[in-house]
Design a protein around this ligand. Structure first.
Ligand code: NAP
Length: 246
């Protein structure tokens, strides 16, 4: 394993689920971790951790968080835009426009705000950095009942590819990563869907029955490989992690 002590990582959407698991794993690997979500992640501020309540749809709050992290830890080596939501679920014809708009605000504009803050940090302070946007298989294959989620994650993929073209010569590597299926609150929400809302709900019920999920700490370790292992420096922008079973 690569030595990562003292590296600095930011994770959005770290109050629960994959984000919280990544934050814990990164701390055990010796990184300094700044975590945020609307619900303040459950870490005391210390030499190695910082947590704040930040809504990623609030551009100035995300910028202020980035500045505070840089003031606390210095250069930020890795920024992970992980915050996201799934709703609305169901055929587009039944989706509430305001709920669809809120979805795009979090899953697309939230990534825009985090990416912008981080890239400006690298430009202002120099050095190199890695930006990882958490995407989904739903960015790359459509699912009936998930038009908002598919649209938002596809936008994250294209946004990441555009950033790679813009920032590749300015020290920022970017990846948009489909992490596999991890048993979080988002999966509980998927399993609670009716077949009318989400015709492929059976597939996800079966994953639960057979406990066929990726282990979040192994997903976290793969993301560290992607960010810090020189063998991965030339990897494509779009990454799909294979299942990370124990
Ligand atoms: P989750 O358990 O529902 O957690 C979502 C996280 O995002 C929470 O910490 C939540 O905290 C935060 N969040 C939501 N809205 C936010 C906002 N406006 N501002 C700041 N934080 C916000 O979901 P998860 O399964 O861990 O998903 C994490 C990421 O992985 C998402 O981008 C998801 O699309 C992606 N993903 C998950 C899976 C999977 O199988 N679980 C598969 C593919 C991709 P608060 O509510 O406190 O703000």
């Amino acid at each position: 394993m690569i030595e990562l002590t003292g590296r600095v990582a930011v994770i959005t959407g770290a109050s629960r689920g994959l984000g919280a698991a990544m934050a814990s794993h990164f701390l055990t690997r010796g990184l300094n971790v700044a975590a945020c979500a609307r619900t303040r992640p459950d870490y005391d501020d210390s030499e190695h951790s910082l947590s704040r309540s930040v809504d990623v749809t609030n551009a100035s709050a995300v910028d202020a968080f980035c500045d505070e992290v840089a003031g606390h830890f210095g250069h930020i080596d890795l920024w992970i835009n992980n915050a996201g939501l799934l709703a609305p679920i169901g055929p587009l014809r039944d989706n509430d426009p305001a709920e669809f708009a809120r979805h795009i605000e979090v899953n697309v504009l939230g990534v825009f705000h985090g990416s912008g803050a981080y890239i400006r940090h690298i430009h202002a302070h120099g050095g190199e950095g890695v930006l990882i946007n958490i995407s989904s298989g739903a960015a790359r294959s459509a699912y009936a009942g998930w038009s908002a989620y598919c649209s938002g994650k596809a936008a994250v993929d294209r946004m990441s590819e555009a950033i790679a073209l813009e920032e590749g010569t300015h020290g920022v590597r970017v990846h948009s990563v489909a992490p596999g299926v991890i048993d979080t609150d988002m999966q509980s929400l998927i399993r609670a869907s009716t077949p009318e809302q989400f015709p492929r709900v059976d597939k996800f019920l079966k994953l639960k029955e057979t406990d066929s999920f990726s282990a979040p700490d192994l997903v976290a370790e793969r993301l560290l490989d992607l960010a810090f292992d020189p063998e991965h420096y030339k990897d494509d922008v779009l990454v799909t992690l294979p299942p990370q079973s124990r």
